[in-house]
Design a binder for this molecule. Sequence first.
Ligand SMILES: NC(=O)c1ccc[n+]([C@@H]2O[C@H](COP(=O)([O-])OP(=O)(O)OC[C@H]3O[C@@H](n4cnc5c(N)ncnc54)[C@H](O)[C@@H]3O)[C@@H](O)[C@H]2O)c1
Length: 348
Amino acid sequence: MSAPSRLALVPFLSVAGMMRLVHAIGIEPFLVELAEEIEADFRRWPAFDKTPRIASHSDVGVIELMPTSDGETYGFKYVNGHPANMKRGLQTVTAFGLLAEVETGYPVLLSEMTILTALRTAATSAMAAKWLAAPGGTGVMALIGNGAQAEFQALAFRAVCGTREVRLYDIDLAATAKCAANLAGRGLRVVSCATAEEAILGAGTITTVTADKQYATILTDNMVGAGVHLNAVGGDCPGKTELHRDILLRSQIFVEYPPQTRIEGEIQQLPPDHPVEELWQVIAGQAPGRRDARAVTLFDSVGFAVEDFSALRYVRRRLAETGLAQQLDMIADPDDPRDLFGMVMRAA
Ligand SMILES: NC(=O)c1ccc[n+]([C@@H]2O[C@H](COP(=O)([O-])OP(=O)(O)OC[C@H]3O[C@@H](n4cnc5c(N)ncnc54)[C@H](O)[C@@H]3O)[C@@H](O)[C@H]2O)c1
């Protein structure tokens, strides 16, 4: 049997490999470069083949596929969301993803994406805040929900938006203690708070990144003052929201891909024709973004396939410089492409 061809061996980035890549680049440079990659892809948004993600819901969570293509490269992510997993010692969100050449359909990268999802979600949040927050509005951020995503959010805001102070709150004191310990010595003033009301004091940006499979009210209308930027990350499924509807009614709402966000985002609480603005248009210079310094801006984040595509392409490029990828014998590749059967039989 001859050696597999170049395309038949698929570069694979394991969890250990991803962690080594993050350390080799440095977590903040990684987040900054990733935000730049995502921003570049948002600028060429019309080039992407887009569809709302394909979700399979159950009583306890959701399993989703998130595909997109720019005509040269195709990508998809498998991701779940299971808020009760944490109590069983499991992650709420896990993911892996793949890139393929459109030309041949052959995969060119298979990667862990649990860590990469946290990085890309944080990079996207910080990128959105850079465009939407009021001048000086990212200096102090409240971070409500101190689970797996939280530190990544804080560090992306520090690296991309210059955030200096992060004010933590979680219903679980242990989560806040973990988050505060992980953020110590990373150039942020970290304030652990006993209530959400305390966390938002003086914060120009409020990030909500809680997990609960229900319509939750992490913020009520009276908690959101003029000029605040809201980065609502945790409401990302039908029946799973974080903000009181009244906040939405007086916010300028920015979304990734409206057909998906209408189903999954905070705006599922609003009529289907409620006006929203598309973040890519602001970044591409086609829409003005924040109206004035007193407007409340809301990034109704649900996570869109283009961000995962950008993240996988970024990783693929940086990986080429490191030798951290393993080669997976994943694609059957007979010498005679029509003799798949013969290849199987000869392996006996
Ligand atoms: N928008 C996106 O692109 C995107 C990407 C990844 C994850 N998410 C979502 O972000 C959320 C957080 O993910 P995670 O991996 O950090 O989950 P996690 O389970 O690790 O952490 C969630 C935290 O929220 C806390 N929490 C729950 N209810 C709360 C409340 N009422 N007030 C304050 N804190 C509360 C929990 O105690 C927990 O510490 C999930 O809902 C997930 O689906 C969104």
